[in-house]
Design a binder for this molecule. Structure first.
Ligand code: PGA
Length: 247
């Protein structure tokens, strides 16, 4: 069985002092290595984090990556730049970026492709809104979002990480039940299998109010290979408990 991956998504939170305290508390409490651990931090802190996690098994992630290699794209960061700071993962297509920055399925697919070309593993987020779920469109939405990434990336698809994050569960304290989450993860796995003979290798993470209390049950589902954790990743004890639940 593959190791679970627990990735923290700090979003726009942190400061030099707070990051230092949080990472030191994580390093002091990290349980023995049965799962992979990553922190996706605001990019201005990557250099600080690179120093803090050096020699540990915590990997670094960014929260976005440009679809372009270089040039006149004010404000953007390329995969090669992230790579220089030891970045292993980049979240792409988070629902907050789809919503507040108008990112389309095609742009998300191009970002995933650009990350892969730089040797950065994209964590591709998909997920339905509450209105889409209530209209019975969950499968249609997540399959459409993932299909764009599969179409743009061909056989490289086995190198990505997928995160199923129902939008209604993000930051709301409302988690998908283990059964609801597994049902969608199963759909995504089937779609990945149709695209790649290596689909069983692909991590499909669950995200959306994962916490110390609900992590074990979610992570026990056959197609839930880890978590993308927002709020609870900002509290050392909570994040450590989730990592322990994945071991
Ligand atoms: P949450 O966020 O754990 O705070 O719900 C998850 C995410 O947005 O990645």
């Amino acid at each position: 069985m593959k190791k679970k991956l627990i990735a923290g998504n700090w979003k726009m939170n942190g400061s030099l002092a707070a990051n230092d305290a949080l990472v030191k508390a994580l390093l002091a409490g990290l349980p023995a290595g049965a799962s992979d651990v990553a922190l996706c931090v605001p990019s201005v802190y990557l250099a600080q984090l690179q120093d803090l996690v050096r020699g540990s098994r915590i990997e670094l992630g960014a929260q976005d990556v440009s679809a372009h290699e270089s040039g006149a794209y004010t404000g953007e960061l390329s995969g090669a730049m992230l790579k220089e700071f030891g970045v292993r993962y980049a979240i792409v297509g988070h629902s907050e970026r789809r919503l507040y920055h108008g990112e389309s399925d095609q742009l998300v697919a191009a970002k995933a492709k650009s990350a892969l070309a730089s040797g950065v593993t994209p964590i591709v987020c998909v997920g339905e809104t509450l209105a889409e779920r209530e209209a019975g469109k969950t499968e249609e939405v997540v399959k459409r979002q993932l299909a764009a990434v599969i179409h743009a990336n061909g056989h490289c698809i086995s190198e990505i990480v997928v995160a199923y994050e129902p939008v209604w569960a993000i930051g709301t304290g409302k988690t998908a039940s283990p059964e609801q989450a597994q049902q969608v993860h199963g759909v995504l796995r089937t779609q990945l299998k149709a695209a790649s003979a290596q689909a069983d290798r692909i991590h499909i993470l669950y995200g959306g109010s994962m916490n110390a209390a609900n992590a074990a049950q979610l992570l026990a589902q056959p197609d839930i290979d880890g978590g993308l954790v927002g709020g609870a990743s900002l509290k050392a004890q909570d994040f450590l408990s989730i990592i322990a639940a994945a071991a």
